[in-house]
Design a protein around this ligand. Structure first.
Ligand SMILES: Cc1cc2nc3c(=O)[nH]c(=O)nc-3n(C[C@H](O)[C@H](O)[C@H](O)COP(=O)(O)O)c2cc1C
Length: 191
């Protein structure tokens, strides 16, 4: 399985979580490619043909990013707008992404209590719904997203432990079908 990691962080040199995760994922040997998109496109002028070719060459696409204003950093949105064109990603002849997997991997500054879904607090699954719908429209398999809360307070040890958790899961073919994967998990025992 060829896995691409696309990292969307405005300044990885100032990042703790995403920089460490990127390095860990790269040294795992499980990725076919790993890229810092903000470094490649500082002027936001995305090379669409190149991005589409790279997508064709991979089976599983990871978007790694910090949660910014309950959403992604803007270059990821621009990348989606530019790269997922009609006739490539959707439309009657737009089948280039069919059957590929989409994995979101994100760092979240807030505490889990702000993502319970109660009252004004949306869950992260709610916030990430546009990515799920996009994957669906493009015929991609939306994998169970992965995230780490309290990103700014996390110790390096905690960041590395979560990074290792992703590495253990990242090439699991079963996770390409998120719903089937969840249903295959044994029910947790509540004591
Ligand atoms: C512009 C900006 C917006 C942010 N918005 C949110 C947010 O909506 N929710 C949240 O929980 N954290 C938010 N944060 C915190 C980031 O998610 C957190 O700093 C980041 O995940 C840490 O990862 P890093 O060490 O790779 O930069 C925001 C941070 C910045 C700089």
């Amino acid at each position: 399985m060829k896995i691409a990691n696309l990292v969307f962080h405005p300044d990885l040199s100032a990042s703790r979580v995403n920089r460490i995760w990127k390095e860990q994922l790269e040294s795992s040997g499980k990725l076919s490619s790993s890229r810092d998109l903000y470094a490649e496109y500082p002027d936001f002028q995305i090379d669409v043909a190149r991005e589409q070719q790279l997508l064709r060459e991979h089976d599983r696409i990871i978007f790694q990013f910090p949660l910014y204003w309950y959403s992604s950093p803007p270059l990821l949105k621009k990348w989606l707008d530019d790269v997922l064109t009609y006739g490539f990603a959707y439309g009657s002849s737009g089948k280039a992404l069919h059957g590929k997997d989409l994995q979101l991997l994100l760092s979240v500054g807030g505490d889990p209590k702000y993502y319970t879904g109660f009252d004004i607090y949306a869950t992260l699954h709610d916030l990430l719904r546009p990515f799920q719908l996009t994957a669906n429209l493009c015929g991609m398999n939306y994998m169970i997203p992965q995230w780490m809360y309290r990103a700014d307070q996390a110790s390096e040890e905690t960041i590395r432990a979560s990074g290792q958790e992703w590495i253990d899961l990242i090439d699991d073919p079963a996770r390409g079908n998120g719903r089937a994967y969840l249903e295959s998990e044994p029910d947790s025992t509540v004591i």
